[in-house]
Design a protein around this ligand. Sequence first.
Ligand SMILES: Nc1ncnc2c1ncn2[C@@H]1O[C@H](COP(=O)(O)OP(=O)(O)OP(=O)(O)O)[C@@H](O)[C@H]1O
Length: 328
Amino acid sequence: MAENILQFKDVTVEFKLRRGVLRAVDKASLDVQRGEILGIVGESGSGKSTLASTVLNIVSVPGEISGGQILYNGKDILKLSDEEIRKYRWSDVAMVFQAAQNSMNPVIRIKEQFLETAAAHNGDNISERDVLAKARRLMEYVRLEPDQVLSSYPHQLSGGMKQRTIIAMSLLLDPRLLILDEPTTALDVITQAYIMDILKAIHADLGITMVFLTHDVSIMGKIADRMAVMYAGRVVELGTVDDVFYNSLHPYTKGLIHAAPSLTDDVSKRRPIPGAPPDLINPPEGCRFAPRCGFYNTGFCNGEEQGKLIEVKPGHFTTCLEWERMDA
Ligand SMILES: Nc1ncnc2c1ncn2[C@@H]1O[C@H](COP(=O)(O)OP(=O)(O)OP(=O)(O)O)[C@@H](O)[C@H]1O
């Protein structure tokens, strides 16, 4: 059986807002296997980024992790001391944030950004010389010209170059798990494909575990081994990419796949999912997808769900009670 590097167990994250409590992640459970590339897909607002931020315990204010556990190599990261978590960030787990290319410090050169990262998170005190030697090697890894890029300011680089620089920086302290939040979304298709290629090469070379978050389901087949589908704060389906694509066990997954643009498909065959995701302050009882689901109220589904992922076929999980009718 595959060994888990990371486990989310019933993780709940709440934002206490004026309007009420918004539960961005609601009892999400998910295992990440050592060495795999796991994709998490879901519409904007489904809770992907919030779930990912729990891995580093950096949920943004006014959010808080109000329930569940996040286990890294079996250890509850919510119980780490400040010193332990500082070392754990970047050296065990690194994250490339959404639109990270816009968040680089504009007034310092790339090489100083590498040095600052090492200084902030590296307990073993590698010398500046070693940090820069490593930065050069990593730049080659992401197919950038080291001397030119390391002495540049962020504005001197294209969007794709900045994103590759950030991927290189995330590898500086040899993390075992890399989380990438929409790493190619702001980029053109050619640059996207190039970055995907680089990520696959890094994965093959370093055997690093990757968690890849995106709203674009069509990317999954190009990069991931397994994929999880999130809807309204919950993980509703999980399995190998092939199983989830070709034998979907949740109507939301089917909807997402049929709504996805494809370069080869006839655009007229694209079918958007009707309606909109629920308000997470007052979500519907039972299955949150029911109001948008073609199976709801057709005689056999009354909107109940299993409440958690159930393994209905080996390695393939769903929350939908009607999974057997999914081919109908
Ligand atoms: N700082 C915050 N304050 C209030 N609500 C927030 C905050 N951050 C996220 N949320 C809410 O939590 C829910 C989940 O958002 P999240 O960003 O995790 O989704 P996502 O699937 O990653 O979408 P996207 O790709 O658009 O970021 C949304 O309803 C969002 O409005």
